[in-house]
Design a protein around this ligand. Structure first.
Ligand SMILES: *Cc1c(COP(=O)(O)O)cnc(C)c1O
Ligand SMILES: [Zn+2]
Length: 439
């Protein structure tokens, strides 16, 4: 029998979502991906009447909040009960400061820090979203979780679904995914289906399946994934002792992260954690930049494009979270820009060379900030945090291509580092050593 002194069970605030178009509120005790009334995108609801201080995120030893850099911020996440949470101890990732990055970006007197999301369990920030989506799926008793993906999402889903013991179904556009991402997904035991056609074809097919079968959709329209991704921003602010930087820069593909970052900042502001907002800067690859063009038009004209870029993680021609992302840019007085693949690859090579390393798409942050400092849109004394989205091991083909092969104009790449072949003599080896030491 419970004694009167025992604390009453914590009744979670309702698990609900709101449509950002028509304002309808829907319960989320079952799978929800788009508004049942109008087809709009959904936002998960958070208790914004509470007042929070940084002390609210100091985790108790051994608690789930201490294990996970996502669940540490549970007070600003949808109410999911602890025994349903599926975590692989994601988050709590490093923030690296290195003067060479600031110099490259042209930030004389400013700072460029890297928030490294490649340190997550499957090597990308997708883990932060996936822990919340799979925990929600686990809460509602989903029997199968599915996604269509060009890579990192499928690796994350494979891992978290396997942890939860829920079968995962992954639709992959044939031949359009890096070997490292595909092998991760296979190894985690997901059912992998190659679909003829591109990403959009695969997603459309999956949506038809959802219509007729009880399958939980973990694609980026899922309102619970952005919730986990919000914690990238909370963690950056916490790293900086809640001093707001001038700029947070990130790559943009499907724009789920841009959407999540704006929601995070708005919520941190509303509960009293911060008193001003940083500018969000979203950087796309020039060959896949429909959001940058939309921004250029003053958010007046939007056109999907046929995407083409070496950065496969942001090779998206018609971003799913466009409307939510626009809201983030407008909220923060942000900027959207784009960079050519060559600039992106040079920025990546520099991040690699100073010992940090990242996937090509990740380097859009640094390349984009460099461009905006040069054009005067970011002040040279700004404090900037650039989000690096995934690990260097996610795309080894791109590394080999950059260092061993010339660019399209027949030029050696700026930071190319070519292995040297020598005969097996001490003299030859000494000469290599001499060159390496003396430049
Ligand atoms: C998914 C992904 C992106 C793009 O993020 P969006 O939320 O789709 O804009 C960027 N980089 C990497 C490595 C990714 O996996
Ligand atoms: Zn609606």
């Amino acid at each position: 029998m419970a004694s009167l002194a025992s604390p009453s069970p914590r009744i979670p605030a309702a698990l609900t979502v709101t449509c950002m178009d028509c304002g309808a509120v829907h319960g989320a005790e079952h799978a929800v991906s788009i508004c049942l009334a109008c087809g709009g995108l959904l936002d998960a609801n958070i208790d914004l009447c509470q007042r929070l201080t940084p002390a609210d995120f100091v985790a108790e030893r051994g608690s789930i909040e201490a294990q996970s850099g996502v669940w540490r911020f549970r007070k600003l996440l949808p109410p999911i009960s602890v025994d349903r949470i599926v975590t692989r101890h994601e988050g709590n990732n490093p923030l690296f400061h290195d003067q060479r990055l600031a110099d490259y970006a042209g930030l004389s007197g400013g700072q460029f820090a890297i928030k490294h999301e490649g340190h997550n369990p499957t090597g990308s920030f997708k883990d932060r979203g996936m822990t919340v989506a799979v925990s929600h799926a686990n809460t509602i008793g989903a029997r199968v979780i599915a996604c269509a993906s060009t890579g990192n999402t499928s690796a994350a889903l494979g891992s978290y679904a396997a942890s939860a013991g829920i079968p995962a179904l992954v639709l992959i556009p044939e031949g359009k995914i890096s070997a490292s991402k595909l092998s991760q997904t296979i190894a985690y035991g997901a059912t992998v289906v190659h679909v003829e056609g591109d990403f959009d074809v695969a997603l459309k097919l999956l949506r038809e399946l959802i219509g007729s079968f009880d399958v939980y959709l973990a694609n980026s329209v899922n309102p619970f994934r952005p919730e986990g991704q919000k914690t990238i921003v909370f963690e950056i602010l916490d790293d900086l002792e809640w001093q707001v930087p001038d700029v947070i820069a990130l790559p943009g593909g499907n724009l789920g992260n841009t959407a999540a970052f704006g929601k995070a900042l708005s919520e941190a502001y509303q509960v009293g954690l911060i008193s001003k907002l940083p500018q969000l800067v979203t950087v796309q690859a020039a060959g896949a930049a429909p959001f940058a063009a939309y921004y250029e038009s003053g958010f007046d004209q939007y056109e999907p494009v046929q995407a083409e870029t070496i950065a496969t993680a942001i090779k998206i021609g018609d971003p799913a979270s466009l409307a939510r992302a626009r809201r983030s840019i407008e909220l923060t007085g942000g900027i959207v820009t784009s960079v050519p693949d060559d600039d992106l690859l040079d920025a990546k090579a520099l991040i690699d060379r100073i010992g940090i390393g990242c996937e090509p798409a990740s380097a859009a942050s640094l390349a984009g900030v460099r461009k905006l400092v040069a054009s005067g849109e970011i002040a040279p004394d700004a404090t900037v945090v650039g989000v690096v989205t995934a690990s260097i091991l996610k795309d080894t083909d791109a590394i080999v291509g950059y260092h061993l092969h010339d660019d399209d104009a027949g030029q050696r790449r700026e930071f190319a580092n070519r292995p040297i072949s020598i005969p097996a003599t001490l003299d030859a080896l000494k000469k290599v050593l001499d060159d390496a030491v003396h430049g």
